[in-house]
Design a protein around this ligand. Structure first.
Ligand code: G6P
Length: 362
């Protein structure tokens, strides 16, 4: 069955490997045979009437929301804020006159997110839940639901739900752009871009033995590590850091690489692992110079780089995809680095200490 580990020692690796298939599944679920995107027009009308989107989520889903902001703002031109649910619940921001709420939640049961949705329903604002679980609490209580179709995610550390969330956000921006007859509707061909993404993900998972070696060489005994990036690569750096810390207990920070020099670079010493994500063209040269700065202070650097930006010496080179979809591919080696670091240290990768798959208390 879909929730059978089969030959895998841990679900986490199985779920990392499933990501290309999830991209194909989303193409099949959200596009008709002619290639047209299929999303309920009532949802599109309500989102079009909004002057601001509020994405609310926890954990990895919050990180998928950060990439969602890039998509919603760049493709549909709707100003978008992303909020941690447990913060929003007790300290809501000043809202725009016509807000629309998007809840990202793999399980559909996270209490912190539900608390915000209850408030939103009291206020009477429209909402959408993007979830992997049909009929989950947040699905039932929101005005609309879009499903992730990722299949059951068993490992506590979320992998395929993160990439499915980003893909569904991309599909939704495409539908909105078409509905609003924006120029981006034609240029953002999400269906065929997701084919490229699935292929690039497959190439990335096929490199798992190289990543396993990097994990052994750079991360086997370290107490701390850093992921750095700028723009969309910073969004991924934060998720990549969460993956590594939650399954391997390596204290890892995801950092905006330009901000390092304003304090955090003080922590870089001989042998500190720094993993740089470089897929964003506009900021690649700047991140490269931050890489030189940490190397000068003794850091051991791993680079995860988009093909078109690759240079000799880069350790992980990804196939190129649409610039707003690079997180779908650049996260894969980071998931694998986390997996192998945890496994090599002898931990139960699927059940990290102190963590639960779904947190139903505030
Ligand atoms: C827990 C899990 C995380 C997950 C977060 C949000 O903390 O351990 O992996 O990202 O909840 O869960 P949700 O189901 O709302 O996406």
């Amino acid at each position: 069955s879909a929730s059978d580990k089969g030959a895998y020692e841990f679900y986490m690796l199985k779920e990392i490997d499933e990501q290309p298939a999830v991209m194909h599944k989303l193409q099949a679920e959200y596009f008709d045979e002619a290639g047209n995107v299929q999303i309920d027009e009532k949802l599109l009308a309500e989102m079009t009437a909004a002057d601001r989107l509020y994405i609310v989520a926890a954990g990895t889903s919050y990180h998928a929301g950060l990439v969602g902001k890039e998509l919603f703002e760049k493709i549909t031109r709707i100003p978008t804020e992303v909020h941690v649910a447990s913060e929003f619940a007790y300290n809501p921001p000043l809202l725009a006159p016509k807000p629309f709420f998007i809840f990202l939640t793999q399980s559909g049961e996270t209490a912190d997110s539900r608390e915000v949705l209850k408030q939103v329903n009291k206020w009477g604002y429209p909402s959408l839940t993007i979830t992997n679980v049909p009929n989950s609490t947040l699905s039932r209580e929101a005005s609309h639901t879009l499903l992730l179709y990722a299949g059951p995610e068993i490992a506590v550390a979320s992998t395929k739900a993160y990439t499915a969330q980003i893909a569904v956000e991309a599909i939704l921006t495409k539908a909105l752009a078409e509905y609003q007859e924006l120029e981006t509707a034609a240029s953002f061909d999400v269906k065929s871009e997701l084919t490229k993404v699935a292929n690039a993900m497959q190439t990335a998972v096929d490199q798992k033995h190289q990543v396993e070696k990097l994990a052994a060489d750079y991360l086997a005994t370290t107490r701390n590590a850093f992921y750095i990036g700028r723009a969309i690569d910073y969004d991924v750096a934060i998720e990549a850091a969460l993956k590594l810390k939650e399954v391997s207990y390596v204290q890892t920070e995801g950092f905006a690489s330009g901000e390092l020099k304003h304090g955090t670079i003080a922590l870089i010493e001989e042998g500190t692992p720094v993993i740089a994500i470089i897929t964003n063209k506009a900021t690649a040269a700047h991140t490269r110079s931050n890489v030189q700065e940490v190397i000068a202070r003794g850091a051991n650097v791993i680079t995860i780089v988009a093909g078109e930006l690759a240079q000799p010496g880069d350790q992980i080179v990804l196939e190129d995809v649409h610039p707003l979809l690079t997180p779908l591919v650049s996260i894969v080696p980071a998931q694998l680095l986390a997996y192998y670091t945890s496994k090599n240290r002898g931990y139960d990768v699927d059940k990290p200490r102190n963590l639960a798959k779904s947190v139903t208390v505030e």
